[in-house]
Design a protein around this ligand. Structure first.
Ligand SMILES: Nc1ncnc2c1ncn2[C@@H]1O[C@H](COP(=O)(O)OP(=O)(O)OP(=O)(O)O)[C@@H](O)[C@H]1O
Length: 261
């Protein structure tokens, strides 16, 4: 059976005014199975976000193609839901209306949209904040709203660009757990960009390591740890520690590939 997401010979060249062309990604071939949780790890600037944006259909490849369920990605679609930092919440809408927004755009009747948004807010633990505005929430709460808003579209793929990067350690752990809970219930396919090796190991079925300048696929690591995963238990699990170490070393090597390029 072919992969759910097929990335074939994908390259991206950016034209930078006054500085010519910059090859951000070069010849990426990779496949992601349906329902799989995949993290992208790599040195800063290696093209992780660009790759995610291309799967989202927000950025066009210079070469190659991306197929989702056998169909070429031509642009953004509700089946590929982004949770990107820059897709900020609407400050003038309440939490409830932020979550309802995508459903209303898709012409879901108001009562039905409200019902679904309420279920999602409950799922991310924000039922009591439905009437609040984003400015009245903490960063972690805003990120939960953003996740609920994306889930409202019922995407088949969640595209997450360092969604917990800016949060304190405690909030990050809570949201990682929630995300795993949601993923275990729904088994959406997740593409997750992170700088955190431990986060990648904790969450993922597989970790794709990129090297930089230009970004290339360096290694793929299968994370063979049982689920459901409990973070406190994993921290003392020898296999978990070995994965973290292996990936740290791989990242060091990927950085070296970059400086040698
Ligand atoms: N719109 C753009 N125009 C020109 N260059 C760009 C553009 N977007 C990204 N780049 C360049 O492409 C390369 C990859 O950027 P990208 O943000 O995808 O990397 P990243 O791996 O996500 O980085 P980080 O880990 O620091 O977030 C970088 O060199 C960046 O400067």
């Amino acid at each position: 059976m072919s992969d759910f997401i097929q990335i074939q010979g994908l390259s991206k060249r950016f034209e930078v005014p006054g500085r010519g062309a910059h090859l951000a990604l070069d010849g990426i071939d990779m496949g992601v199975r349906e329902g799989e949780f995949v993290s992208l790890l790599g040195p800063s600037g290696c093209g992780k976000s660009t790759l995610l944006y291309m799967v989202g259909g927000f950025v066009k490849p210079s070469q190659g193609q991306i197929l989702v369920d056998g169909r070429a990605v031509q642009g953004p679609a509700p089946e590929r839901g982004p949770v990107f930092q820059e897709f900020a919440l609407f400050p003038w809408k309440t939490v409830l209306h932020n979550v309802m927004y995508g459903l209303r755009v898709q012409k879901v009747p108001a009562a039905q949209a409200r019902e679904r948004a309420e279920v999602l807010l409950e799922m991310v633990g924000l039922s009591d904040y439905a009437g609040f505005y984003p400015r009245q929430l903490s960063g972690g709460m805003r990120q939960r709203v953003a996740i609920a808003r994306t889930l409202a579209y019922q995407p088949r793929i969640l595209l997450m660009d360092e969604p917990f990067g800016a949060l304190d350690a405690h909030t990050r752990t809570n949201l990682q757990n929630e995300l795993l809970g949601i993923w275990e219930r729904d088994r959406k396919t997740v593409l997750f960009v992170t700088h955190g090796v431990d986060e990648a190991v904790y969450l993922s079925d597989r970790v794709f390591v990129l090297s930089g300048s230009p970004g290339r696929l360096h290694r793929i690591v299968d994370i063979d740890l049982p689920r459901p995963r409990i973070r406190a238990e994993l921290l003392t699990n020898l296999r978990y520690q070995q994965y973290v170490l292996e990936l740290e070393n791989m990242l060091d090597h990927a950085r070296h590939v970059r400086s040698a390029a």
